[in-house]
Write a protein that binds this ligand. Structure first.
Ligand code: DAH
Length: 337
């Protein structure tokens, strides 16, 4: 029964085999389980086994094979995980990664600067909604149905009956403030406005404005002018502005505010359309019809209003010649501002 003692000693050998690392696991596999391993050789012993003992032989070999299999699987598992846990592929002494903090968008920064400048001279913030009705955006601002000035502001209407729309200017907030706030009133309303315009270097369908409104007794055009000059001085460090007579339905008299083009130093560029001046907004004395629409006693109160485009101011402030850059969120652009 030599075969039996051979099988027994193989069993011994397998259970005694020391597996201490990953390499030993592989050596064990090759030695016992591989195609030329000792278990295969043991199976060959069957030739020596007499017929009636072959069943016993088979069971024994199978048992040893199972033992070897599970020994191999267990140690493989153990050493693989051990390796993962102890594998140090990072340098604990290296400085931490610098995580990039977000920062304010240049339009937000410009808006905050503008707000802060006006707050210093007593303007309070009044924020109106972006969805407004016809009354607040047009009619109460002295632009009744069929008024041609409506065409200048291509509107995104929200309802079939043209009752609700996305505000085309922050002037709509003037009405909301006049309807709800007490007089005297000195407010600015920064916010987003919408116009169905073709996007270009100078225009976008979404942009931002800051509206100003001052209603009190005995307000004069000189007050308005001083306010605009003060703003230009604080924002750009320059009073190089001009007020050009103009027309708005909600102000009388009205003016457009131009500031000298810092981008080309008044030499002429696409931003100033080669004129050396950039229009930053409109202003004027509030038309009494507007105040009357809000039930305000016009024998007692009057005032001025202005509206400025934040993108225009930001373009001048940062010397940017294409408005679209503000919307592309290209980090290479934003990081510079
Ligand atoms: N709402 C005008 C626009 O978007 C700007 C404007 C002009 C606002 C004159 C005013 C103003 O308050 O007095 O084009």
């Amino acid at each position: 029964m030599e075969w039996k003692s051979k099988i027994q000693s193989l069993k011994e050998e397998i259970s005694q085999y020391k597996i201490e690392n990953k390499e030993d696991v592989e050596k064990f596999r090759i030695a016992f389980l591989g195609t030329k391993g000792k278990l295969k050789m043991a199976m060959g012993l069957i030739a020596e086994v007499p017929g009636e003992l072959r069943k016993e032989f088979g069971l024994l070999v199978n048992e040893i094979k199972n033992e070897a299999d599970s020994k191999w699987a267990l140690s493989k598992n153990a050493f693989e995980h051990q390796q993962e846990a102890t594998q140090v592929d990072f340098d604990l002494t290296a400085p931490a990664y610098h995580s990039h903090l977000g920062s304010l968008h240049p339009i937000t920064k410009t808006k905050r600067r503008m707000v802060e400048i006006f707050e210093r001279i007593g303007f309070a913030i009044f924020e109106g909604p972006e969805i407004v009705n016809d009354w607040h955006n047009f009619t109460a601002l002295n632009m009744p149905q069929d008024h041609p000035a409506r065409d200048m502001q291509d509107t995104f209407f929200l309802t079939e009956n043209l009752e609700f729309l996305l505000r085309t200017h922050t002037s709509s907030s003037q009405i909301q403030a006049l309807e709800t706030e007490k007089l005297p009133l000195r407010i600015i309303t920064p916010g987003r406005v919408y116009r169905n315009e073709t996007i270009s270097a100078r225009a976008h369908c979404t942009f931002h404005q800051v509206e100003g409104l001052y209603i009190d007794e005995g307000v004069s055009f000189a007050d308005l002018k001083q306010c605009i000059y003060y703003f230009a001085k604080e924002m750009f460090g320059s009073e190089n502005i001009r007020l050009r007579p103009s027309y708005f339905p909600f102000t009388e008299p009205s003016a457009e505010v131009d500031i000298s083009c810092f981008i080309c130093d008044q030499k002429g560029c696409p931003v100033c359309k080669k004129t050396g001046w950039v229009e930053i907004g409109g202003c004027g004395m509030v038309d009494p019809a507007v105040l009357q629409n809000c039930n305000i006693d016009t024998t007692k109160y009057n005032g001025y209003a202005f509206g400025m485009g934040i993108e225009r101011i930001a373009m001048l402030y940062y010397q940017i010649n294409d408005l679209r850059l503000f919307w592309q969120n290209d980090m290479r652009f934003l990081r510079q501002l």
